[in-house]
Design a protein. Structure first.
Length: 395
């Protein structure tokens, strides 16, 4: 199968960190399978890695010109890999691709983090006698045998795939009816964000909306009152070359067209008006695409939108009854979030309501004292949930 990255950039070290790539001048199955096992275990959740067979390491990059592998050896290597893959426990098949570069052939082995970890493999897959199985992990840019505490932690990761590596095999692009609005919102976020800030563009899928957040906010030539009205007129453009690139890809039509397209597509879909916001310091920009009313819960009396508003009223009333003094928006926000997403840690809650961790911990102590929320699970993997008492009050 073809590898999903640019091969020239991959071997030049421009798109993958050193710890995620390993070069092998020749086919050495014992060492290669220890590294396959390490990448599949993905101990640090870095996304697995790549093994380039047929290239020498030159300070984290491939030594040029590439030495390569004779074509006649590649068929034998692939046949052997089918046999050796069966020795990985549980079974794991890395992805492979034969590529031509510098007029020679190389074998690229792509090893994403596995969804059945931890994996173990024989110290030497080529030995015929009794094989000694070991767990391997990546430590910096090297493959090493896992020590006892690392083995214990690996076992605790059993079948736990990082959220952003999980694939919904049933989802289709066609499931998104105002697709153009979402595409334009994401393109806008990439176009107008500040690339000097390292935080990535964030897409939040919430029960009643999708939020696209980019750091750095709009250019200061855009007026705050116009943003709230959904009218954005830039006098200056922060990332002109990115804008040209997006236009060449037919992902944008031109300057000043993004917001009108989003509003038009949402209206065509019968969805509520999109919302646009930033703060006084222009430190972020949020595009909110509300859910179509047809997908909101209808209680038979009120429409879905009223149902959400009534739920918010119940939360506010319940908190007044349960806490009285000291009620504030932060506490309201925590209950509202846990009503929709259970099991969040204090750090995750602080990030969502944009409050400091000490402030959130103070809110949490109040809510726990009043038996409104409770902590469930271990210190490492547990999180906060609404109590049954609270849920009954909010019905």
């Amino acid at each position: 199968m073809a590898i999903h990255v640019n091969i020239e950039k991959l071997i030049s070290g421009k798109i993958v960190e050193n710890e995620r790539i390993e070069y092998k001048k020749g086919w050495n199955p014992a060492a290669i399978y220890r590294t396959i096992c390490a990448f599949a275990n993905d101990f640090e959740n870095i996304g697995g890695g790549y093994i380039i067979v047929g290239a020498e390491d030159d300070r984290g990059r491939a030594k040029r010109p590439i030495s390569g592998i004779p074509i006649k050896e590649l068929d034998d290597i692939q046949k052997k890999m089918v046999e050796y893959n069966k020795l990985i426990n549980p079974h794991y098949d890395p992805k492979i691709s034969i590529e031509t570069i510098d007029d020679v052939s190389i074998l690229i082995i792509w090893v994403p983090g596995g969804n059945k970890r931890p994996y173990e493999v024989p110290e030497d897959v080529t030995v015929k006698k009794e094989k000694k199985y070991r767990y391997y992990i990546r430590r910096y840019a090297s493959t090493v045998q896992a020590e006892k505490d690392e083995r214990d932690e690996l076992i605790s990761l059993t079948r736990k795939t990082p959220f952003d590596d999980r694939i919904n095999t049933e989802a289709r692009v066609e499931d998104i009816s105002p697709y153009r609005a979402l595409e334009e919102s994401i393109a806008n976020a990439l176009y107008h964000r500040s690339w000097e800030i390292r935080e990535p563009v964030e897409i939040r899928i919430l029960p009643d909306c999708i939020e696209i957040i980019n750091q750095g906010g709009p250019d200061r030539s855009v007026k705050l009152d116009e943003i709230q009205k959904g009218i954005i007129r830039n006098n200056r453009y922060r990332n002109r070359r990115i804008g040209d690139f997006l236009k060449e890809l037919d992902m944008t039509e031109g300057r000043g067209t993004g917001i009108p397209i989003i509003r038009r597509e949402m209206a065509k879909n019968g969805s509520p008006e999109p919302r646009f916001e930033t703060d006084d310091n222009y430190s972020y920009f949020i595009t909110t695409l509300p859910i179509h009313p047809a997908f909101l819960i209808d209680d038979g009396v009120n429409d879905g939108i009223n149902r959400i508003e009534n739920q918010h009223d119940k939360i506010f009333k319940f908190l007044h009854d349960g806490i009285n003094d000291g009620i504030n928006d932060g506490i309201n926000d925590i209950v509202n979030i846990l009503l929709n997403v259970s099991g969040l840690s204090a750090i995750e809650i602080a990030s969502r309501i944009e409050k400091s961790l000490p402030t959130v911990e103070r809110y949490i102590r109040t809510l726990r004292k009043k038996e409104i929320i409770e902590y469930r699970g271990s210190k490492k993997t547990g999180g906060y949930h609404l109590t049954e008492k609270a849920k009954n009050k909010l019905k």
